[in-house]
Design a protein around this ligand. Structure first.
Ligand code: AOF
Ligand code: ZN
Length: 351
C-alpha cells in the first residue's frame, strides 16, 4: 500500500478509516523490532485537501509516531484527520505528550484502534483530545492491532512478557538425537525466521542442557543488526567459556522469572528449548504462542528426545488443544503457529 494509491472519493468514511488504519498498522510493523519497551505505533495524517503524511515510533527516547507524522504534515495538520494504531499519550515520559500536540496542531479528528493500557495513559489521551474539542473515533481495526501489539498489551496489563515457545521438530515430534544434539534440524529459511523472531524479542531463553549440548550464542545475526541484542537467559548454571555468556542464569519458579523479566521491560521472551524448559513453560500454561518448525525428517525410533520432557496429558480428554494461527512453508520445512484457546472458551468448555 502506498499513499498515492489510496482512493479518496467514492468511499464512505468507514472504508477510508479502515484503509488509513491498515496503512498505519503497516507503518507500525516497520519499527516492530526497534521500539521496545515502548509500543510500535504507526500514524497517518490525512489533510483536509487529501495529502497524506506518515510516522512510526522512533527508538526509546525518540519521537512518538504522532509527532513524526505531525512534523511531516506541518501546517497541513490544521483540519486534518490523524489515524493512529494506539491512543496518543497524555503524559511526560522521556518525551512530551502527544495528545496536546495533536490538538495544538489543529487536527480536527483522531481515529484510533486501541486505548493504551499503560497506566500513565489509559484513556487520559482520549480525554485530553475530547477536552480540546477534537473528535475521536475508537476501535477501527481493533482486532488486527491487538494481535500485532499483543506483547506490549500483555506486558502493560499483567506485567509479564509475551512468551513464544519455538521448537524445531521432526515430523515424528522429536527435537534432538539420543545424544542430545539438535543443531541443523531445519533448513536456512526456517533459521532465518528464527533470527527474525529473535530480533523482535527482548530476551531469549534456553535450558542449561541445551547450552551444554549445542553451545548456542543466542544472538541476532540477521541484517540490519538490532541496536540492542536480546537479553540471554539460561535456566540453570552455565560452564565458564560457554558462548551464551554473559547471560542471566535463572533458577526456581519460571512464573517468578517472568515477573522479573517483565520488570526489566521485556515485552517478548523467546523460549528456544530444550525439552525440559519447553515442558516447564507448557505445563504451567505460560506459553502465549507455540512456533514449531517441522522438518520433513523422522528420527524413526523412540530413543530420540521428544518435545516435552515431563508428564503430559494422562487421558484423551485432557489433551491440550490450541488454535491454529498460521501455517507456512519455509523452504523444505513447515512453520506452524499455535495459540492456546481463549481462556473464556476453555472455561466455557469446562463448565
Ligand atoms: C504514543 N505514540 O508512538 C508511542 C506511545 O518515555 P516516552 O515519552 O517515550 O513514553 C513511553 C510511553 O508512551 C509508553 O509506555 C506508551 O504508553 C506510550 N507510547 N504513545 O502516543 C507512540 N510509542
Ligand atoms: Zn505519545
Amino acid at each position: 500500500m502506498n499513499p498515492a494509491s489510496t482512493p479518496s472519493s467514492g468511499w464512505d468514511t468507514r472504508e477510508l478509516d479502515r484503509h488509513a488504519m491498515a496503512w498505519a498498522l503497516e507503518l507500525a510493523g516497520t519499527v516492530r523490532a526497534r521500539t521496545s519497551p515502548n509500543p510500535w505505533v504507526g500514524c497517518v495524517v490525512v489533510s483536509a485537501d487529501g495529502q497524506r503524511f506518515e510516522g512510526a515510533t522512533e527508538p526509546p527516547g525518540g519521537r512518538h509516531a504522532e509527532m513524526v507524522a505531525l512534523a511531516a504534515a506541518g501546517r497541513a495538520a490544521r483540519g486534518a484527520t490523524l489515524y493512529t494504531t494506539l491512543e496518543p499519550c497524555a503524559h511526560h515520559g522521556r518525551t512530551p505528550p502527544c495528545a496536546p500536540a495533536v490538538a495544538d496542531a489543529g487536527v480536527r479528528r483522531v481515529v484510533l484502534a486501541l486505548r493504551d493500557p499503560d497506566p500513565h495513559v489509559a484513556g487520559a489521551g482520549v480525554a485530553a483530545l475530547a477536552g480540546a474539542g477534537v473528535e475521536v473515533s475508537e476501535g477501527v481495526l481493533a482486532g488486527e492491532v491487538a494481535d500485532n501489539l499483543a506483547p506490549y498489551l500483555k506486558h502493560r496489563r499483567v506485567g509479564r512478557p509475551w512468551v513464544v515457545l519455538k521448537l524445531a521438530v521432526t515430523l515424528d515430534g522429536r527435537i534432538a538425537a539420543p545424544d542430545g544434539s539438535s543443531k541443523w534440524l531445519t533448513g536456512p529459511e526456517a533459521r532465518a525466521d528464527v533470527q527474525r523472531m529473535r530480533a523482535e524479542s527482548d530476551a531469549v531463553l534456553v535450558g542449561a542442557g541445551t547450552v551444554r549440548a549445542d553451545d548456542p550464542e543466542l544472538t541476532v545475526r540477521a541484517e540490519p543488526a538490532p541496536a540492542d541484542q536480546p537479553l540471554r537467559v539460561v535456566l540453570g548454571r552455565v560452564d565458564e567459556g560457554a558462548r551464551v555468556l554473559p547471560a542471566i542464569e535463572a533458577e526456581g519458579d519460571v512464573g517468578v522469572l517472568l515477573d522479573e523479566l517483565g520488570h526489566k521491560g521485556v515485552l517478548q521472551l523467546l523460549v528456544e528449548g530444550g525439552a525440559n524448559v519447553a515442558w516447564q513453560f507448557h505445563s504451567a500454561g505460560l506459553v502465549d504462542r507455540y512456533v514449531l518448525y517441522v522438518a520433513p525428517a523422522l528420527f524413526g525410533g523412540d530413543d530420540a528426545r521428544p518435545m516435552f520432557d515431563g508428564p503430559g496429558a494422562p487421558r484423551l480428554e485432557q489433551v491440550w488443544r490450541g488454535r491454529l494461527v498460521s501455517l507456512e512453508r519455509l523452504g523444505d520445512d513447515v512453520r506452524v503457529e499455535l495459540a492456546p484457546l481463549d481462556p473464556q472458551v476453555r472455561d466455557g468448555e469446562e463448565a
